[in-house]
Ligand binder design. Structure first.
Ligand code: HEM
Ligand SMILES: *[C@@H]1O[C@H](CO)[C@@H](O)[C@H](O)[C@H]1NC(C)=O
Ligand SMILES: *[C@@H]1O[C@H](CO)[C@@H](O)[C@H](O)[C@H]1NC(C)=O
Ligand SMILES: *[C@@H]1O[C@H](CO)[C@@H](O)[C@H](O)[C@H]1NC(C)=O
Ligand SMILES: *[C@@H]1O[C@H](CO)[C@@H](O)[C@H](O)[C@H]1NC(C)=O
Ligand SMILES: CC(=O)N[C@H]1CO[C@H](CO)[C@@H](O)[C@@H]1O
Length: 252
């Protein structure tokens, strides 16, 4: 209840929001900084939880940043980082140890078609935020023009928004890839953003927090974001993924 009140006040009066942690103010990337198709990692670099240049990142840095900024349990991103090395997509001088954020844009490795904030590689750019791609998603999520009694993204809303995006991508992209790997990750990244900006007290994701992460690669400290009291676990992420998939009747 207290958390809810504080969050509500923080929405209304941004200067009362929880302060941005020291040294972790938002700074947009410069022309020589490396960024990825992943809003979660880009935001960590934009806030200095990862090196702001986004280069030569190793597993320990990712692991620590995900704990410090988002409150994830240790080890939760080991498999994701291992995939980078298994796919041989690193372009650093130590390609089995480190990678640059831009390396993650290599299509049909971890990067897949039907992202909710990026376009498909078929249209030329799968790495930068794409306002045209995101507009219908934002509309489905109700991220714009909402009132004070309608401030939360639910699992149901999020699942349907992603489903609509997949359907649209399949319709407009003649080379839409429905590879096995892609199918495995479907709706998983939706669960990931929900859990990252989940508000325990309200049992949903505040719209301004969702919008900052997805549309600006930014952590919504100015809008009252906190990582919460409880550590976010792999089991929770698994359950969230199951819940998102259940809404749309996704079958493996
Ligand atoms: C630290 C916590 C993380 C969060 C909150 C996060 C969040 C997300 C989200 C929400 C998306 C979907 C974006 C969209 O559909 O437009 C995404 C995509 C992606 N993430 Fe992350 N992520 C995290 C960590 C990682 C890690 C550790 C890796 C690999 C080293 C990774 C690699 C990717 C890649 C390659 C994509 C693009 C997939 C696609 O094409 O949609 N992410 N991430
Ligand atoms: C990556 O490189 C390793 C070693 O060179 C090789 O065994 C592996 O098959 C490669 N993986 C892919 C996906 O190409
Ligand atoms: C990377 O690891 C693979 C085995 O996983 C090995 O074959 C390859 O030589 C290593 N590459 C470098 C540059 O260390
Ligand atoms: C707030 O928005 C919701 C959803 O658009 C709507 O159902 C509700 O009537 C609105 N409430 C107020 C007080 O305007
Ligand atoms: C995850 O779901 C399982 C099966 O429904 C349940 O037993 C478990 O308590 C859930 N875990 C969390 C952390 O919610
Ligand atoms: C497996 C597969 O179909 N891969 C294709 C995905 O789409 C790109 C371009 O859109 C093609 O180059 C791949 O061959």
């Amino acid at each position: 209840m207290k958390a809810r009140l504080l969050t509500t006040i923080a929405f209304a009066i941004p200067c009362l929001a929880f302060p941005t942690p020291n040294g972790h103010e938002f700074r947009a990337p410069g022309p020589f900084d490396s960024r990825s198709p992943c809003p979660g990692l880009n935001a960590l670099a934009n806030h200095g939880f990862l090196p702001r240049d986004g280069k030569n990142l190793n597993y320990d840095q990712i692991n620590e940043a995900a704990q410090a900024a988002y409150g994830f349990e240790p080890g939760i991103y080991k498999m994701a980082v291992d995939m980078v090395f298994q796919f041989n997509i690193s372009t650093t001088s130590q390609p089995n140890e480190t990678f640059n954020l831009f390396d993650l844009a290599r299509h049909d490795t971890i990067e897949a078609d039907g992202s909710i904030t990026r376009n498909d590689i078929y249209f030329g750019d799968d790495v930068h935020f794409d306002a045209t791609v995101f507009a219908p998603v934002a509309k489905d999520l109700g991220l714009n023009n909402y009132n004070s009694s309608d401030q939360l993204v639910t699992v149901e809303t999020a699942a349907k928004a992603t489903e609509n995006r997949y359907n649209l991508a399949m319709k407009v992209n003649p080379e839409f890839n429905a590879s096995m790997h892609q199918h495995d990750t479907e709706y998983g990244t939706t669960a990931l953003y929900l859990l990252t900006v989940w508000d325990e007290g309200q049992n949903a994701a505040p719209k301004p927090w969702v919008k900052a992460l997805l549309a600006e690669d930014r952590i919504a400290y100015a809008e009252g974001y906190t990582k919460g009291q409880k550590i976010k676990t792999g089991e929770q992420l698994q359950n969230m993924t199951t819940a998102v998939r259940a809404v749309v009747g996704w079958k493996p």
